[in-house]
Design a protein around this ligand. Structure first.
Ligand code: PMP
Length: 361
């Protein structure tokens, strides 16, 4: 069976050229006589891979020099747990603006050691919008203000993250990093699990303004100390070297394709295509997110009759369109349209949806 268009939320579709290069280099990397899976992370060959990945990521995202870039295992959830330990004093307040499931997990991971306050939430409306800036109740003494740039499950995205002036903004960009140009200097911290737009699962990127690394935080093991990680170039212990390498290939691919401005253009077109198909279906399909907060990356949608879900998924799979099942929190369908998803994949999905509606409408 040929490779399908994979609409998975993460781990997600990777560019075929990246997979082919990783495959070609799997047995023997360069002149090492060994696989990249087999070589030391401290040897010159891997160090060159790691440093190039960071340099390319800095170019891709236009990361200013006064920001450290940390590569770590543990996923975005671990970052959510380490944020308070590194950047807040015991019991200190931090403000969380919640626009979906992942904003809530960020609070859960932090609440045991700080006063993790819900400064605003759109939960009462079923997370179908972002909470308007005018509703945010920010604390005077907050260590930081946490936002989720794109809610992967609810399909809710900030098109413009509001300004705050009480504390540094900390943003979870797991599912939208590198999807469009971003002014990193507006944030104290930007973090993202790699398994959506940056490559493989198993590695996470934490971009931290260096002055924040001087914060005392609270008692923690050395391995959980971001300042120490930054100083050790993310090699306090054995890093996920394979994942770092595949991330590097993916970042290189994004640069070769034209960078984030080009992906912004493609992503806008892809999302518009799918939302138009949903909105134009006369109610056969529906997406309930407020238009201005609709995610370009994750498009949850429902069939008018949930009894059709199973057959929709099965026929889609037969048509080479996989991983469209929605998250169990919401049900229905979800199409994730990250950078590696070509417009042709979205067009194929739209064509399939229209044919399915003709057959079952
Ligand atoms: N934040 C967001 C926005 C996510 O989409 C996810 C995972 N889908 C997470 C956090 C948790 O990431 P991880 O599984 O890498 O811990």
């Amino acid at each position: 069976m040929p490779r399908a268009y994979n609409f998975a939320p993460g781990p997600a579709m990777l560019p075929e050229s990246v997979l082919r290069q990783a495959q070609a280099e799997l047995l023997e990397f360069g002149t090492t006589g060994a696989s990249i899976l087999e070589i030391s992370h401290r040897g010159a060959d891997f160090m060159a891979v790691a440093q190039k990945a960071e340099a390319d990521l800095r170019t891709l995202l236009a990361i200013p020099d006064d920001y450290a870039v940390i590569f770590t295992a543990g996923g975005a959830t671990t970052v959510q747990a380490l944020l308070p330990l590194n950047f807040a004093a015991p019991g200190q307040a931090a403000d969380y603006v919640v626009s979906g499931h992942w904003g809530k997990t960020a609070i859960k991971q932090a609440a045991h050691c700080i006063d993790a306050r819900t400064a605003a939430s759109s939960e009462a409306g079923g997370f179908r919008d972002v909470p308007a800036r005018s509703t945010w109740q920010l604390s005077k003494d907050a260590a930081y203000v946490h936002v989720t740039a794109n809610e992967t499950i609810h399909g809710v995205e900030w098109r413009e993250i509001p300004e705050v002036d009480n504390a540094p903004l900390v943003a979870d960009f797991s599912s939208s990093i590198a999807s469009e140009p971003l002014d990193i200097s507006r944030f104290g911290i930007v973090y993202a699990g790699a398994q959506k737009n940056l490559g493989p699962v198993g590695i996470t990127v934490v971009i931290v303004r260096r002055d924040l690394l001087a914060r005392a935080g609270q008692p923690r093991a050395p391995i959980f100390d971001y300042a120490a990680q930054a100083k050790a170039e993310s090699m306090l212990n054995t890093p996920p070297s394979w994942n770092w390498y595949v991330l590097g290939l993916t970042v290189q691919w994004m640069l070769d394709e034209g960078g984030v401005a080009e992906f912004a253009r493609r992503n806008t077109r892809k999302a518009a295509l799918l939302y138009a198909a949903i909105d134009g279906s006369g109610g056969f399909y529906r997406n309930e997110v407020a238009t201005a907060a609709r995610s370009r990356m994750n498009v949850p949608f429902f069939l008018h009759d949930a009894a059709l879900d199973k057959v929709f998924l099965e026929h889609a799979r037969q048509a080479g369109l996989v991983a469209l099942k929605g998250h169990r929190v919401l049900g229905g369908m979800r199409a994730s349209l990250y950078n590696a998803m070509p417009e042709a994949g979205v067009q194929a999905l739209v064509n399939f949806m229209q044919e399915f509606q003709s057959a079952h409408g």
